[in-house]
Design a protein around this ligand. Structure first.
Ligand SMILES: Nc1ncnc2c1ncn2[C@@H]1O[C@H](COP(=O)(O)OP(=O)(O)OP(=O)(O)O)[C@@H](O)[C@H]1O
Length: 424
């Protein structure tokens, strides 16, 4: 089959050759695509294992699904393009390893995160949802997320889908924000101040790694960080929300589409007022709450109740003890976006909150022992063994995977993705 590369701005050639890669297994299925663990033929520029997100053009009944897939790809390309002042891939954002388009598929490769996602990790640690991460672990993850958001905002991109399921964990234990199909470029006038990306070193660069305690000033209680083996738990499906865009003459400045995951949607989005970068700071508040307390603060019995809570209720904290974390959450969960932490001062304002006091932001990627490390996976070894045992039996071709799906479902019903992305 002819595979044609997508024209995107990259310094290196990123065209993937589907004849030279084999899928080992499906890593996950989302509203937009299926993600595979993939191995490439030896000798190329690709790592031995990587993730391949594949968008099946034939199963998408709505044109905006393809548009979203293309947007995600173009953003990844942009994140990977190395401007002179920031020459390495961002440590907490994915880099684009390659991409390919066929008449049926649009596929792109990003680094494989063997640690699963934060939602699965939290559930594996506390299945009852009662306990959650320690303050130190919460601070570590929030800090890395803030650095990722700082960079996105600096290139005028609002993420709009911050939630634990989209925070993947690399084998190093550091985070990688994933899933950018809901993100949106916001033109300058809508921008709340956001600082330029810090000159973070790539995690490809060999440097002496640092201990968590040298990057964070940890209190005694915070030192009780436990090592945990990660269970591969499928993230519980949380409904993503997407309904009609609200038309507005000012639409160039702000986004008026109604997207996100119910429990993470900001009040201004519920009210249909249009939104800017402050939606990400709101979502950071929800995430901070969920990481610390094991549940989101405004969840109701149904969508209507959740939204009512989002609009009217203050977050309530178990035990009512006031801490820097509860203060941070309250300031991020201010209903009026213009009074929300981060609106006026951007990421620097968030970083300056006392909860983050002592965080050495530029050293974060060098923390050698993050709170949780993924179990050492020997998939790479397995792949190598299989490869030497029997080259032809190794894995499967992603094109065959989708052909097989189509044969089993001759008339493809509207997919979950096309339903949930309706009218975007
Ligand atoms: N780089 C990666 N490494 C490991 N697993 C990954 C990677 N990227 C994605 N996954 C897995 O695949 C799942 C689906 O990926 P992703 O969220 O990007 O797809 P999507 O179709 O955009 O989903 P959504 O419905 O959230 O929009 C993720 O939840 C995750 O479990």
């Amino acid at each position: 089959m002819m595979c044609r590369p997508i024209k995107i701005q990259m310094e290196d050639d990123v065209a993937l050759d589907l004849d030279r890669i084999r899928a080992v297994r499906v890593l996950g299925r989302g509203a937009l695509g299926t993600v595979f663990l993939v191995t490439a033929a030896t000798g190329g520029r690709l790592p031995p294992l990587f993730a391949l997100k594949v968008f099946d053009k034939r199963s998408a009944t709505k044109p905006h699904a393809l548009r979203r897939a293309r947007w995600e790809l173009s953003l990844l390309s942009r994140l990977s393009a190395a401007p002179r002042d920031h020459p390495h891939p961002h440590p907490f954002l994915p880099s684009l390893l390659g991409c390919v388009e066929t008449p049926d598929l649009l596929a792109w490769a990003i680094p494989f995160c063997s640690g699963g996602d934060l939602h699965a990790l939290r559930r594996s640690l506390s299945p009852s949802d009662e306990e959650a991460f320690s303050p130190a672990a919460t601070r570590f993850y929030l800090s890395e997320i803030v650095v990722g958001l700082t960079h996105l905002h600096s290139i005028r991109v609002a993420y709009r889908d911050l939630k634990p399921e989209n925070i993947l964990l690399r084998s190093s234990g550091h985070i990688m924000l994933a899933d950018f199909d809901l993100s949106r470029h916001l033109p300058p006038r809508s921008i709340t101040a956001s600082s330029p990306p810090p000159p973070l070193p790539s995690d490809n660069i060999r440097r002496p790694l640092r201990k968590l305690t040298r990057v964070f000033s940890l209190g005694a209680a915070d030192n009780q960080i436990k090592q945990a083996r990660l269970a591969r738990v499928s993230p519980a499906g949380r409904r993503r929300t997407s309904s009609s865009s609200i038309s507005h003459s000012d639409a160039e400045e702000r986004s008026f589409s109604f997207v996100g995951t119910e429990e993470y949607v900001a009040p201004e989005v519920v009210r249909g007022e249009g939104h800017g970068f402050a939606v990400d700071w709101w979502a950071l508040g929800i995430l901070a709450y969920e990481l610390a307390y094991g549940r989101t603060p405004f969840r109701g019995r149904n969508r209507k109740e959740t939204f009512r809570n989002v609009l009217t209720r203050p977050p309530l904290f178990p035990g009512r003890r006031r801490t820097d974390l509860t203060d941070l959450i309250e300031r991020l969960l201010v209903k009026d976006p213009e009074r929300r932490l981060g609106f006026t001062g951007g990421a620097e304002e968030v970083k300056g909150h006392p909860f983050f006091h002592g965080v050495k932001w530029e050293l974060l990627p060098e923390v050698a022992r993050p709170p949780f490390m993924a179990p050492v996976i020997d998939e790479e070894e397995e792949v190598e063994q299989e490869r030497s045992n029997n080259e032809r039996a190794m894995g499967f071709d992603v094109r065959d995977y989708f052909k097989g799906l189509r044969q089993r479902e001759p008339t493809v019903p509207p997919s979950r993705s096309s339903e949930s992305l309706e009218d975007f």
